[in-house]
Each structure stands twice: as C-alpha cells, then as structure tokens.
Design a protein around this ligand. Structure first.
Ligand SMILES: [Zn+2]
Length: 282
C-alpha cells in the first residue's frame, strides 16, 4: 500500500478514531445472477416497519428504547478515491440522484472536493485487510465496509466507504448500493427475506422498491432525530402506510416517492421523468 494509491488514508484514519458506527457487508452466500433492474414489489406495512426498525437502529442497540435515528441534515458530497474507483463514479451518481429525490437533500459526486462529506475509497487488498482487521472480528468475511460519524444532534457529518479494488464489477455494484445505504443512517440489516440492497449475502446492485420506501421514510420531515425509538416507529408506520399507498399502483415508484427533483436530473433524463434514471444500466 502506498499513500498515493490511497489518498484518503489520513482522512480515513481520522474517521476511524471518531468512529461511531462501523458496518460490514458479509461475503455473499452464493453467487448472484446479474441484476439488470431490481425494483421488486413493495412488501406489506408490517414487514416494512419491522425491517425499518432493524435497519435504522444499530444491531447492538436493538433493545434500547432510548436509541434514536441518525440522518444527514446537510448536502452530501462524495469523492471517489483510489486506483480503479473512477469508473464507478457514474454508478454512484445514479444512486445519488435517487437519494436526492428521496431525501430532499443535495447529493453530488464531484471529481474532487476538499470539503467532501463522504469518501468512497477503492483500496488495494493489503490496506483493505489491515483496515478490516482493525474493525471486525472476522475480516475475511467482510466484503466491503463503511462508517459514519454524527454530531450530538444525530446529524451525520461524515462517512467513509471502503471497497477493495480487486472486486469484480458486480460485487462493487453491490458494495456501493449496500454501503451507501448504510451511510444514510441505516446501521443495521433487514431480515433475510426482506428484498433490499442492505440484505447480507444476497443483495442487489440497486435500491429495491422496499429500499426507496425505507429511505424516503427515514428522511420524512415528520421523523426527527430527537424522537425515541417508540415514537420513531409509530411515526414511520404512519409515513410508510402513506408511501405504500402512493407506490401501490405506480409504474414509477421513485417519482411517486420523491420529495424533490434531483438537481442533477440533466445527467439522467428530462426533468420530471424519474423513469429515465438509468437504474437499469447497472
Ligand atoms: Zn452491511
């Protein structure tokens, strides 16, 4: 490992010290077929609430009734660092355009930004191994990982995603969708039966319709980072009942759920036409 191949190292080390959440994506249980498009169908409200709870609260806190949600409150700017990462910038932009629509926050992927909130680091295998070994008990099982730090108000301030640069394109796609979803404020994982980019060992390269609903719900203005667990879940249920209703008969779930137009819509299609977002290009 050399510093030049991992320009995010010092930032990453700082983030490690200030770590609040470190989450791994487990190695897949079986090879996934290529997914050209993975919207899926929305599940029922009971499943959504159950899995929202599992995803939005840290796994070690599952029984802590005083735990709260964390989410971004300011624009997100992500830079891709390390050898082999640049080719994935478009994939990240597609995910970010969706997130912009769902959260109402700005998401950008500039070529470089000294004030970026998020580092997506493509690292060589040796450096990856050493970093994974510091954070995880079974680093060999960790395909890629991320961490976030938040302030005392539950507002996420920075995030780091680390992906080894020797993974195949499909695995990188899974890692990106999975880890970026973690960095939004979802430290946990859903049940295995819940179709989601956050599924462990069996996750698609894109956000599923379930994910769109869960993400949109976390960033609904009716939820706040000051709410305790019970209030979060009761409110999330109300919000998601409404979102399900909107998505139910729509052939454009993203458009039905959007809080705003993506600022960068011009990269992906005409304004107002979310169906043009090229999720299918993955
Ligand atoms: Zn994970």
């Amino acid at each position: 490992m050399t510093r030049s191949s991992n320009p995010g190292k010092s930032r990453w080390l700082a983030a490690t010290i200030a770590i609040t959440v470190a989450i791994a994506m487990a190695a897949p249980l079986w090879p996934e077929p290529a997914q050209s498009q993975a919207p899926g169908r929305p599940t029922n409200i009971g499943n959504l609430v159950r899995n929202f709870e599992r995803m939005a609260f840290p796994e070690e806190d599952q029984i802590e009734e005083w735990s709260t949600i964390k989410r971004w409150a300011t624009p997100i700017s992500a830079v891709v660092k390390g050898d082999g990462g640049a080719e994935y910038r478009t994939k990240l932009r597609v995910l970010f355009a969706q997130l912009e629509a769902l959260t109402g926050l700005e998401f950008s992927v500039p070529e470089s930004d000294s004030a970026a909130t998020t580092d997506v680091i493509f690292s060589d295998r040796d450096w990856y191994r050493s970093q994974a070994a510091r954070s995880f008990q079974e680093p060999d099982q960790v395909q890629c990982f991320s961490n976030t730090s938040a302030n005392i108000y539950g507002e996420i301030q920075t995030a780091t995603v680390v992906i080894p640069n020797d993974l195949g394109t499909e695995r990188v796609g899974e890692c990106l969708a999975h880890e970026i979803m973690h960095t939004l404020g979802f430290p946990g994982h859903p049940q295995r039966t819940f179709y989601s980019a956050l599924g462990n060992g069996n996750s698609p390269e894109v956000f599923t319709v379930n994910d769109l609903i869960i993400i949109r719900a976390l960033y609904d203005p009716r939820l706040t980072t000051a709410m305790l667990r019970d209030e979060v879940l009761a409110t999330a249920r109300i919000v998601m009942i409404e979102l399900l209703e909107r998505v139910k008969d729509s052939d454009d779930p993203l458009g039905a759920l959007a809080q705003r137009q993506p600022v960068n819509w011009w990269e992906f299609g005409r304004p107002g036409n979310f169906g043009d977002l090229p999720a299918a290009r993955f």
